[in-house]
Design a protein around this ligand. Structure first.
Ligand code: ZN
Length: 273
C-alpha cells in the first residue's frame, strides 16, 4: 500500500486501485451547499486544481449528488464530468456509483461520512457508496456488495476499502434515535460505546463492516486509517458545523499506466484490517 501526500489531496494505491481524497487546502468540493460554500466559481476552480495536481482529467470524474438514500447509479464514460463541471449537475438522487470502465473516477463528497469502495479484482468492477449513519442504517455498503454479486462478481475476489471518515472518539452523541438504530435496528451493540453522562461514541465503520459480514462478504478490508475529524487537514461537520466544506473522494481502477505526474510515493505500514 502506498500513500502519496500532496497539499491538495491524499492518495492511496493498491494494485489497480487508485483512491484520492481532497484536503481542506483544496477547498470545498460541493456545489450549492449552504453558507460559505455557495460560490460556484470557487468550487469549479477547486476541481480544476485537483485535476491539474492529480493528473486526473475532469472529464474522467463522475460525481453523484447525494440524497442520503440507497440508489446506486451504473456509470460509464458518457457521464464524465457530471458533478464536477459546473454546468453538469444532473446525477441527483444517488448515493453510490458502480462502473466496469477502467480509468473512470467515481466520486462522492463527505465531511464525516465514510466513502466505502468495493472492488472486484478479477472482473474489474468498482463501486463506491456514501456511508454516514443513514447509509449504514440502509445497509448501503451491503447493497453495493449484493449488486456487484448480481453483476457477476464473486465474493472471494472482492475487496472493501474505507476512505477517510469519522472515528468513534469524535462521533460522540446523546441522541436516543442513533443509539436505537445501531443497537436495535442494526443489532450492532459494539458500535455504541458508552462515554458517561448520557453520551456515547458511534463506531460507524464497525457497524458498516458488520453489515458486510452479515451480507456474506468474506474477504479483505483495507482502511485508509484517517479520521477526518481528528485530522485538521480535512473538513468535518462534527467539528465545524454543517456549513463547512466537503471533501471529494474519487476511486478508479486503472490499467497500470500511472495517471499521476509525479507521485512521490512513500511506503506506509500495511493497512490495518
Ligand atoms: Zn477522530
Amino acid at each position: 500500500m502506498l500513500q502519496e501526500e500532496s497539499p491538495w489531496y491524499v492518495r492511496f494505491r493498491h494494485e489497480e486501485l487508485d483512491l484520492v481524497t481532497t484536503t481542506r487546502k483544496n477547498g470545498n468540493m460541493l456545489y450549492g451547499a449552504t453558507g460559505s460554500c455557495l460560490d460556484t466559481t470557487a468550487v469549479a476552480g477547486n476541481y480544476r486544481r485537483l485535476g491539474e495536481a492529480s493528473g486526473i482529467a475532469l472529464e474522467r470524474m463522475v460525481r453523484v449528488l447525494l440524497e442520503h438514500g440507497d440508489k446506486i447509479l451504473e456509470a460509464d464514460g458518457s457521464s464524465g464530468g457530471e458533478g464536477v463541471l459546473p454546468d453538469r449537475q444532473n446525477l441527483k438522487g444517488f448515493d453510490g456509483l458502480i462502473t466496469g470502465e477502467r480509468g473512470l473516477y467515481l466520486g462522492i463528497t463527505t465531511a464525516d461520512c465514510f466513502p466505502v469502495v468495493i472492488q472486484d479484482r478479477r472482473k474489474g468492477l468498482l463501486g463506491i457508496v456514501h456511508c454516514g449513519w443513514r447509509g449504514i442504517a440502509l445497509r448501503l455498503e451491503a447493497q453495493l456488495f449484493r449488486r456487484m454479486v448480481a453483476l457477476g462478481c464473486r465474493p472471494e475476489n472482492m475487496r472493501v476499502i474505507y476512505g477517510p471518515g469519522i472515528c468513534p472518539d469524535c462521533y460522540v452523541q446523546s441522541d436516543a434515535l442513533l443509539k436505537r438504530v445501531f443497537q436495535d435496528d442494526l443489532e450492532c451493540p459494539r458500535a455504541v460505546i458508552p462515554r458517561g453522562g448520557g453520551y456515547y461514541g458511534i463506531d460507524l465503520q464497525r457497524a458498516s463492516r458488520e453489515n458486510l459480514r452479515r451480507a456474506g462478504f468474506p474477504g479483505e478490508i483495507l482502511d485508509a486509517g484517517i479520521c477526518n475529524s481528528c485530522d485538521p487537514r480535512f473538513f468535518s461537520v462534527r467539528r465545524e458545523g454543517s456549513e463547512t466544506g466537503r471533501m471529494v473522494t474519487l476511486a478508479a481502477l486503472w490499467n497500470g499506466a500511472d495517471p499521476a505526474p509525479d507521485p512521490g510515493e512513500r511506503a506506509l505500514p500495511p493497512w490495518a484490517e
